[in-house]
Ligand binder design. Sequence first.
Ligand code: MRU
Length: 441
Amino acid sequence: MYFLNMTGLVDVCKPVPVFQKLHWVSRRGKNRWHFHYGLSWCYSLLNGVSSHVISTGVQIILARSCGSRCDSTVKINGESYRTVWVEPGDGEMCLKIIDQRRLPFSLEIEDLVSVEDVVRAIADMHVRGAGCIGVTAAYGVWVAARESEGDRTNLDLLCGRLLATRPTASNLLWAVNRQLQAIEGKPVEQWSQITLREAGCIADEDAEWCQSIGRHGLGLLEGIAAGKPANEPVNVLTHCNAGWLAFTDWGSATAPIYAAHRSGLPVHVWVDETRPRNQGARLTAWELANEGVPHTVIVDNAGGHLMQQGMVDVVITGTDRTTYTGDVANKIGTYLKALAAKENNVPFYVALPSSTFDWETRDGVGEIPIEQRGGEEVSRVEGRLSSGELAEVDVLNPGSATANYAFDVTPARLVTGLITERGICAATEEGIAGLFPRKQQ
Ligand code: MRU
């Protein structure tokens, strides 16, 4: 594992051979990737070309042709990042993630080498957010394909472990199923290459879809701006983190905001802190600050007041699962924002790529499983001490019971529209079918 502080790369690993060091140096740009591949191949030849090395080489090329970290629009300190990617490790391709638990205080990259690592990363929220969970799980199937050693029963068991990590986000099931379909009927020797390529495609698609959401959402924000005095910012309220960290690039709810900001349209974002894990205060705020988007963090209960006072022009949230009838499952507290928005005539939009639609479920409130997480997320809060160290503190009366519902469902009737990669539609069965006709039952 290596560690990046906000100023640069700090190697905290044991001494390593010069060749391995080049792997890290090569992380710094597309051209150096090519340089790296050249070195990899020379190195391989010098050591005798084994079939293992050839397969690793093929995997490097596959990983580079899609799913590269270097393809991202988002930059941290001027360097391109995706949330999940693969790159050459110790003789094999290695799955890498940004460990979101450490943000915004430090940027740490974690290697996931086994299915167990991937399971832990998703369940314990090293990665989180609908699209990012889906992409991580897709790469997780590639790791499972390697671990299963060609045994289909074993592979299914490992995929079952991935699927059990987070019950609400539909991208997880979507991505694992897509991977299993990709290898259906294919020889076992090809599983690893097929799943690696497919995971890269899923990652690329996720980024492209979010970018399109940004384009469509930009039109919406421009329309709102047109009804306001010139140069007054459009005030957007968002909940949780549906930014690029929750996908591979751009984000869903943040994509229109980034598109607007980059096009010169003034925007200001009210960021709900989003207890218990504070994804808004920690992640969304960090993302917006990185992009230079004006924003203000508010406590979760402030939204209603701001809407009453005319200080919110539009609410845009993400979603972890949306039924084909338009019911929206999202981070706990979203429903209350939708109710407040309805009461105050504030438009309430939900941004999502089509991978988040649940094409099987009609009634979101009755049928979507709501994840319940440990009580310690409610009773304890993590933050940074003045010494710079991260620490957790108790915030609860000792011994009091806790309940930690991670999501709620906003009924379609409270949703003004869905911003998708194909355009904006009504949150109704007809509206969704109008944009995605073949997906419907
Ligand atoms: O529990 P998390 O952090 O994985 O929650 C998911 C979310 O980030 C939000 O619900 C988000 O708004 C939708 S995911 C794009």
